[in-house]
Design a protein around this ligand. Structure first.
Ligand code: ADP
Ligand code: ASP
Ligand code: MG
Length: 476
């Protein structure tokens, strides 16, 4: 008898989706249901909600001389995980074994934090070791729940699968090495009809040192595994009904977008829609893998499907072109200006090299046509370092008055309107500006995306919610 089952599905569940005994039970039910449709399933999960924040905050506070916080965080993490275990795993032997495994990881956390307290400093490498513990704990709990409820399962630390460079806290995978390792570990588990529960977020260098892929990186982990195995589909399970027209926390009337182009979701994710990590899209497009975003707490809702092109043709009415509005907060606009910059080759290159030397990335750039100023956005946190790096780079030009100012603005937000055709359809920009004008919201800078998919504006941070709400009215 031949089975009609599809081959391989990766399902990723975020922090809220594994944040309680009830949520983990729902994850089990979803996997059990999909096992009827798929030959093999791999599950990728985040740390339980809040755990990564606690781990990282505790490490930083310990390095700053606060020893007491280690005790309270240890207690919190223990209680959070033990409660889920006690409520979900009736068998005492299995319960004891998982508690033991969690206690070992918590001891590792305690030792790492003590070391940081004694040294009075943290390093990106040490912070990755600490941050990885959240996912390493959650997979042990969930796989024990699966076993206890009757789905053969084992946990896998992605340090055994995902090989990365040593850019700690924002590491990049080596796809070739990851392919070999991932297939070697996961394919034998599939052959035994096991459901592996894999840590999102983490990887390891070739030397086996733990790295992380950046905050929110579990989505990316699922895409990486999907690409290298390869899987037919990657489904991202979260706490909202898919990708929506705006962040529902800002716009309560935001609606699910049933189908979205790869290019549109890439732009939305890049410009701040937390629902998907921006790096997730590329591996799935390049491998032709299906991507779906759905709600753990409303599993019968179809959520959002990513598509390469629209089935019924592209929307032509102006009102249907705008798909979503998003915002990135806590940014500053940096300006480098001076008459002496006019026509001088290399100023832009030196500017961005100086910014890059601080490890800061630039989400938006504008330049005046007279070349007398370059203006770009950066996150607020590194802005002092960036200004110092620029003043050092251009110290001669500043002394000669060829450059008369290098400065950062007050805090701003980047507001982005996303939709295929937004840039090239006459009237869209006018619509956006008049709507903002009606609300007396001043636009400080503007950048058309280099694709045809978005328009980004910079506004004062105090206007951002109002701006998202009013531009959301443009979506029909
Ligand atoms: P997870 O832990 O499942 O990865 P995240 O908190 O990282 O979940 O992302 C889901 C959240 O993203 C939602 O709760 C929602 O508030 C936020 N969000 C921001 N923009 C959007 C959007 N356009 N559509 C859906 N959710 C969005
Ligand atoms: N647990 C990690 C974080 O909070 C990764 C993730 O949730 O995707 O950033
Ligand atoms: Mg997330």
């Amino acid at each position: 008898m031949t089975s009609n089952k599809r081959e391989l599905l990766i399902m990723k569940f975020g922090g809220t989706s594994v944040g309680s005994a009830e949520a983990m039970n729902t994850v089990f039910e979803i996997v059990q249901q999909e096992k009827l449709e798929w030959k093999n399933i791999a599950v990728v999960i985040s740390a339980v909600s809040g755990a990564t924040n606690i781990l990282l905050e505790t490490a930083t506070k310990a390095a700053n001389g606060n020893e007491q916080v280690i005790v309270s965080s240890v207690e919190f993490l223990k209680q959070k995980h033990f409660e889920i275990i006690e409520r979900s795993i009736p068998d005492e032997t299995l319960q004891g074994a998982v508690k033991e495994a969690i206690s070992e990881l918590i001891n590792e956390f305690r030792s790492l934090c003590h070391a940081m307290f004694v040294l009075g400093e943290t390093t990106p490498r040490a912070l990755d070791a600490v941050a990885s513990l959240g996912e390493r704990m959650s997979v042990r709990v969930l796989s024990a729940i699966f076993v206890s409820k009757g789905i053969p399962s084992t946990y896998v630390d992605a340090t055994e699968l995902v090989v990365t460079n040593n850019l700690y806290q924002n590491a990049n995978p080596d796809f070739a090495a990851t392919t070999t390792k991932t297939r070697a570990v996961l394919n034998p588990l599939f052959a035994q009809n096991m459901v592996p529960i894999v840590t999102g977020f983490i990887g390891a260098t070739v030397d086996g040192i733990t790295t992380t892929l950046g905050r929110g990186g579990s989505d990316y982990s699922a895409a990486i595994l999907g690409a290298v195995l390869p899987a037919d589909d990657v489904w991202i399970w979260t706490d909202v009904d898919g990708v929506m027209t705006a962040d529902p926390r800002i716009v309560p009337t935001a609606r699910t977008i049933p189908e979205i182009l790869y290019s549109e979701i890439a732009e939305l994710a890049y410009y701040g829609a937390k629902v998907l990590h921006p790096k997730t899209v590329r591996p799935v497009i390049e491998s032709g893998i299906g991507l779906r975003i759905c709600n753990t707490f409303n599993p019968s809702h179809p959520g959002t499907r990513l598509v390469a092109s629209f089935q019924g043709g592209e929307p032509t009415q102006m009102e249907r072109i705008i798909k979503a509005v998003t915002t990135i907060r806590k940014q500053k606009l940096v300006t480098v200006e001076g008459r002496g910059m006019l026509g001088v080759p290399g100023v832009a290159a030196r500017t961005f090299a100086a910014v890059a030397s601080t490890g800061t990335s630039v989400p938006l750039i504008t330049q005046s046509s007279s070349e007398q100023s370059i203006c770009f956005a950066i996150p607020t946190a590194p802005s002092n370092d960036v200004i110092t790096a620029l003043r050092t780079e251009f110290s001669k030009e500043l002394a000669n008055n060829d450059i008369d100012g290098i400065f950062a603005s007050n805090e701003v937000s980047i507001l982005t309107v996303v939709g295929h055709g937004t840039k090239n359809t006459p009237g869209i920009a006018g619509l956006i500006f008049s709507k903002l004008g009606d609300m007396k919201i001043n636009v400080l800078a503007i950048a058309h995306g280099s694709s045809d998919v978005s328009i980004s504006l910079v506004i004062d941070s105090s206007d951002d919610e109002k701006a998202v709400i009013c531009l959301h009215d443009l979506i029909k």
